[in-house]
Design a binder for this molecule. Structure first.
Ligand SMILES: Cc1cc2nc3c(=O)[nH]c(=O)nc-3n(C[C@H](O)[C@H](O)[C@H](O)COP(=O)(O)OP(=O)(O)OC[C@H]3O[C@@H](n4cnc5c(N)ncnc54)[C@H](O)[C@@H]3O)c2cc1C
Length: 376
């Protein structure tokens, strides 16, 4: 459906008092369930490139374009969208923006918020709003692009997206290595002396912690970054080797492997200040001993992924254990990424923004969120 079809569908839904639900490729609908799916009017944005200016490193596409299609078009000009979020390559760009999906080891640590230049959004009254622009240098004003990025379609259905692209780096290597000590030893070293490049530490049950560092640029820059990681490893007795490298663009690269999330997995994202990461890791390990953890030393964030066959009340109890063992000692927040709605506006300001875009509350209506906040 193109923008005008979606506007008409929303106007009809508004007149008929039904709710509206946006669907991209449908790979992550359980990431944000609406209240009454069966009765919802489903809108599915069309795909396809609207405009591509390789010289300006910008592209405008219909929101239903998959990341796979977008990458194929810009790869022909040696360019790329700088993030590859968790999940499948057939995810649509509209959904990636709507969910502000995170990407493991993203190029230059960029997020989708850094890359979206402009959006076309249809509000809950069926009005078509164009926010931001199609060029990197934009007119100042309220940042409605960022407001709609990560709003899970609750403020408007995204129908068109303009993104900033990057030239594919000549060298794109992931260096991996083993961290033999306990997190209490390596977290402070990694957070205090970290090289200026994307890093993640993977902690799987019964395996030593594994460090991934992405080194990109021309040959000189990438090898200088690798040198920094290796000398850092040598100084702090981490086992890192030049042989443990692979091209980040290849399907078997750690970037591609880290993107995979099992369908039935329970996924939580917890966050503290980076220097307190070891406390968070300990709490996550005791609440979820069978989980695989991904720690980002730059952000202090921890993704907790575990295959979950437990009844919901057991899962809730494990989350409560994580919260109660962590909250008293450090500033901390946790968000349920898979299996519950990540956002429910509750504050007065949130609600008035929601009313301005969707006065009758028909867009992507949410179930209550499983969200606990400490001071972070
Ligand atoms: C098994 C699995 C687990 C994942 N887990 C995570 C995770 O934990 N964290 C993470 O960051 N990413 C996760 N993802 C990433 C996921 O790929 C992205 O969220 C991606 O956006 C999904 O694309 P889709 O087109 O299939 O979206 P869909 O499943 O179709 O929709 C996802 C959500 O976005 C809304 N939406 C879709 N299109 C629009 C639009 N045009 N306008 C407004 N709202 C819209 C939908 O209503 C829905 O709430 C996961 C993916 C998979 C397959």
């Amino acid at each position: 459906m193109i923008t005008s079809d979606i506007a008409a569908a929303i106007q009809r839904a508004d007149a008929n008092h039904t709710v509206v639900r946006a669907v991209g490729s449908g790979t992550w609908l359980h990431g944000g369930p609406v209240e009454n799916d069966a009765a919802a009017t489903v809108v599915k944005p069309a795909g396809g490139v609207i405009e591509y200016a390789p010289g300006d490193l910008v592209m405008s596409v219909h929101a239903g374009t998959t990341l796979e299609e977008l990458s194929a078009v810009c790869a022909a000009s040696g360019q790329m969208l700088a993030i590859a979020p968790y999940g499948a390559p057939r995810s649509t760009i509209g959904a990636v923006v709507a969910t502000a999906s995170a990407a493991p080891l993203a190029y230059e640590d960029l997020t989708i918020r850094d890359l979206v230049l402009g959006l076309t959004v249809v509000t809950g009254t069926g009005d078509v709003v164009r926010v931001g622009g199609k060029v990197v240098k934009n007119v100042a004003g309220f940042d409605l692009v960022r407001l709609n990025t990560g709003a899970f379609g609750t403020l408007g259905i995204i129908t068109e997206v303009s993104v900033r692209l990057h030239a594919k780096p000549i060298m794109d290597h992931v260096v991996t290595g083993t961290l033999d000590d306990e997190p209490q030893t390596w977290v402070p070293k990694l957070t205090a002396n970290r090289a200026p490049l994307p890093m993640l530490v993977r902690l799987a049950p019964g395996e030593p912690a594994q460090l991934f560092a992405r080194c990109t640029g021309n040959e000189a820059r990438a090898s200088a970054l690798r040198g920094i990681v290796q000398s850092f490893g040598a100084r702090h007795a981490f086992t890192l080797g030049p042989s443990d490298t692979s091209n980040a663009g290849e399907p078997e690269s750690p970037v591609a492997v880290l993107r995979h999330v099992p369908e039935q997995a329970l996924v939580l994202r917890a966050r503290t200040t980076p220097d307190r990461g070891a406390v968070l890791i300990d709490a996550a390990r005791s609440a979820f001993p069978d989980a695989t953890l991904l720690f980002n030393p730059a952000r202090g964030s921890l993704r907790i992924t575990t295959v979950n066959s437990d009844p919901l009340e057991h899962t809730d109890a494990r989350i409560a254990a994580l919260v109660t063992s962590t909250v008293p000692s450090i500033p901390f927040s946790v968000v349920m990424e898979q299996g519950a709605s990540p956002i429910t506006p509750t504050g007065a300001l949130d609600q008035s923004v929601k009313r301005a875009f969707d006065p009758r509350g028909i867009l992507n209506r949410r179930r209550p969120a499983a969200r606990v906040n400490g001071a972070v």
